[in-house]
Design a binder for this molecule. Structure first.
Ligand code: SAJ
Length: 424
């Protein structure tokens, strides 16, 4: 078959490589980004992904900025972003755009697979009508729509496109089986066939919402345990040796990324339309969104212990990215921390080795030299190496460890006041 992957980012590119490498299908790729197309045409991976960077050396497939490359495709796989708008509503622009592009080349018997994360009902209520309108064909009769939610975990050395189990739902059970068998033809992992599109859409949403509410749980605990002087990190460590029915999550300065802080709003919004208020999910989002402000409150509290005030301080922020050792800053809490500090502090200096464009200085030393106090916002490995001596050498007086990466005991006999999030 001819398989067309629309969107060659951290989801679509590893997928296209896997299909090209492990199956006999012809694979083509389409993207709107000239840079991505150039990278791939020069045999380079357009994203940071260990497995894909290996695969691209073994496979080659045609990619183009021109959607006519989709001509004759039997299977279209949509792997485009599904961001949220400023009002926290799902922005389906990219999915609608990609769907219209597929419609131009859709033929009888084809399958359109959506991998992008969408909320329950998008395939039935948005994608199907769009394809039917554009092609005058009938979903479930002339062609099929399937949803196989992506589960790529950027930077994960263990789990990759080949070994992560997948779920598939489709307009018809026959379409679901065809899609599942297609995925089984190039994956090593289990592919689970679900009864409906909505079930498959809901599965991914609850995976990530599950994570968001559990992080909110420990973030709320961190605030009460800080006030009680209890080290929540140690308490979680204790609870974690329970061999069943406990799953540790960890408090911090906030929740970033393109999945966890975004997906709950899809479900909240969908349910709102049918008159249900997901007040628990909303509260969890409010708690996680409040953590950057809480982090600054912790800083202000320890500054007063040193008879200092934040508006006289140059505050250094270590980290911009939303997770360690990658340069992705989407929805990163660090950005919120920086904007709060720009209102409150005398000056803000920023350094992230993976986000140099967002850095105001070019090295950790330069940041420590300029700053009076430090907020750590990303747990990059480079920052983990820092010791109390590095901070003392640069006369840092206060330090808030937003991702609890340093050993609080090492600061006990120093002049530096150290506080983590949920470290008592
Ligand atoms: N975070 C916490 N406490 C935790 C875990 C995470 O504060 O206990 C924060 C992180 O600092 C980060 C944010 O939450 O700012 C998201 O972290 P994440 O580890 O969930 O990273 P993501 O956004 O890359 O999430 C992806 C998701 N994968 C997919 O959607 C395919 C998610 O489903 C995975 O659970 C997650 O990776 C993972 O397990 O690493």
């Amino acid at each position: 078959m001819k398989v067309a992957v629309i969107g060659l980012g951290y989801v679509g590119f590893p997928l296209a490589c896997a299909i090209a490498k492990n199956s006999k299908n012809e694979v083509v790729g389409f993207d709107l980004s000239e840079e991505k197309i150039d990278f791939i045409q020069n045999g380079k991976a357009p994203i940071e992904d260990e497995q894909a960077e290996k695969d691209i050396k073994e496979v080659s497939f045609e990619v183009s900025l021109d959607d006519s490359i989709l001509e004759g495709a039997d299977i279209f796989i949509v792997c485009v972003p599904t961001p949220i708008t400023d009002g926290y509503l799902p922005d389906l622009g990219p999915v609608k755009g990609a769907t219209k592009t597929c419609a131009k080349y859709l033929k009888k018997g084809s399958i359109v697979v959506i991998e992008s994360t969408i909320n329950p009902g998008i395939c039935d209520d948005i994608v199907a009508p769009l394809l039917e309108f554009e092609t005058r064909m009938k979903a479930g009769v002339d062609f099929d729509i399937a949803h196989c939610p992506e589960r790529i975990n950027p930077g994960d050395p263990k789990w990759n496109v080949y070994n992560i189990p997948r779920n598939v739902g489709a307009t018809t059970l026959e379409g679901c089986k065809r899609t599942a068998d297609f995925y089984r033809s190039f994956l090593d992992a289990e592919v689970n066939e679900m009864a409906t599109l909505k079930e498959a859409e809901a599965t991914k949403i609850i995976e990530n919402t599950f994570r968001d509410i559990n992080i909110a749980y420990v973030n709320e605990l961190a605030q009460s345990f800080d006030a009680m002087g209890i080290d929540l990190q140690n308490v979680i460590k204790g609870a974690s040796n329970k061999p069943f029915a406990f799953m540790p999550h960890f408090p911090g300065c906030g929740v970033g990324g393109h999945c966890i802080p975004v997906d709950p709003y899809y479900l909240i919004e969908k349910a709102r339309h049918i008159g249900f208020d997901h007040r628990f999910l909303r509260t969890a989002r409010e708690i996680n969104n409040s953590m950057p402000a809480y982090t600054i409150k912790v800083l202000e509290k320890i500054l007063t212990e040193k008879n200092k005030v934040i508006k006289e301080m140059v505050v250094g922020v270590l980290g911009v990215a939303y997770k360690p050792d990658i340069g992705d800053k989407r929805e990163s809490p660090a950005l919120k921390i920086i904007s709060i500090l720009e209102e409150k502090a005398k000056a803000v200096e920023v350094f992230d080795p993976y986000c140099l464009d967002d850095s105001t200085v070019q090295s950790i030393d330069e940041l420590l030299e300029k700053a009076d106090a430090i907020v750590l916002a990303t747990g990059h490995s480079d920052f983990k190496q820092l010791t109390v001596d590095d901070f003392e050498k640069h006369n840092i007086s206060c330090l808030v460890d937003g991702k609890n990466i340093w050993d609080k005991k090492s600061f006990e006999n120093s002049l530096i006041i150290y506080k983590g999030i949920g470290r008592g």
